[in-house]
Write a protein that binds this ligand. Structure first.
Ligand code: GPP
Ligand code: MG
Length: 284
């Protein structure tokens, strides 16, 4: 890969295929949920479900299920932000693989600081910038069409960096080397990811089906720690969120916005071949 040429964003046929998927993507499970309050997420939910939504009256049932799924996704982003540590208004944060930008907006609301989001989907970047403008935070929250493996941001410029379900599209050694370069000493890195279980073996059938569905390449759990150590990122917290995300998938499977991947996630999590993991690490 050619490095240090951030203008050259899409560098392989694989990256072009991924960008093309997200440029076209208009799943109601993402757009209708985002419409609830204007925070558009591209990650899943965690936490206890209010199952009473399923018993709602016919005319409000669908709307209540959508709102509940959205609430659970927002809780997930809050938990990620909880692990960023001390961040002040003068700091800078990077949302690597920002999707339509929801997590970046939340980070700005919480910390009052500048947040840059990057994506290889020009459609997502445009959408996210429009949302920031609508909220009047476009002076502080900016989205860019850039490659997370070579962002062009200055060395040591970031207090915190996160990947919210976007590490499965890239080589982790390349990714963490680039994160490490951008983080200040003592800066924090957080990811929430789906990874496969080294203990149960290689990729299970369900994990392979998830890869195929999203054109991604789910890594084993071990790969995260090897690649972090190689990049001077020292884990401070590892949280297994698997049990907390299963109810989200159970509710999603009963909703009107299914995409067909719901039962596969439930199988992968229940059989133990796949984990939903949060990892926080410090740059040393
Ligand atoms: C994004 O969520 C999903 C991914 C980036 C890929 C896979 C994630 C794993 C944890 C394996 P989304 O909100 O765009 O997906 P969906 O349309 O299914 O809600
Ligand atoms: Mg989604």
């Amino acid at each position: 890969m050619t490095r240090s040429n951030p203008g050259n964003v899409l560098r392989s046929d694989y990256q072009k295929a991924v960008a093309s998927y997200w440029n076209k993507e208009k799943n109601p499970v993402n757009l209708r949920l985002g419409d609830v309050d204007g925070l558009y997420h591209h990650h899943y939910g965690i936490g206890e479900v209010d199952w009473s939504v399923l018993e709602s009256a016919e005319d409000t049932r669908d709307e209540r299920i959508i709102a509940e799924l959205h609430r659970l996704e927002t809780v997930q982003a809050e938990v990620l932000l909880d692990h960023l540590g001390d961040v002040g208004p003068g700091d800078r944060l990077l949302d690597a693989g920002c999707g339509r930008g929801g997590s970046s907006i939340m980070a700005h609301q919480r910390f009052g600081c500048r947040v840059d989001g990057i994506s290889i989907s020009e459609q997502q970047v445009e959408f996210a910038n429009q949302q920031a403008k609508l909220r009047g935070v476009d002076n502080a929250v900016r989205y860019h069409f850039r490659n997370m493996l070579d962002t062009g941001f200055e060395t040591g410029s970031m207090r915190g960096i996160w990947n919210n379900e976007s590490t499965m599209y890239v080589d982790l050694f390349e990714l963490f080397a680039e994160h490490s370069r951008q983080l200040v000493f003592g800066g924090r890195y957080v990811c929430i990811t789906g990874c496969y279980n080294d203990v149960t073996g290689g990729r299970s059938k369900a994990v392979s089906q998830i890869d195929q569905h999203y054109t991604c390449n789910i890594h084993p759990r071990s790969a995260y720690f090897k690649a972090m150590m190689a990049a001077n990122l020292v884990p401070i917290a590892v949280v297994d969120l698997t049990a907390q995300t299963i109810p989200y998938w159970e509710l999603r499977a009963k909703s009107s916005v299914t995409t067909g991947i719901e039962e596969t996630f439930l199988t992968a999590y229940r059989e133990g071949s796949f984990h939903y993991l949060l990892i926080a690490a410090d740059r040393i």
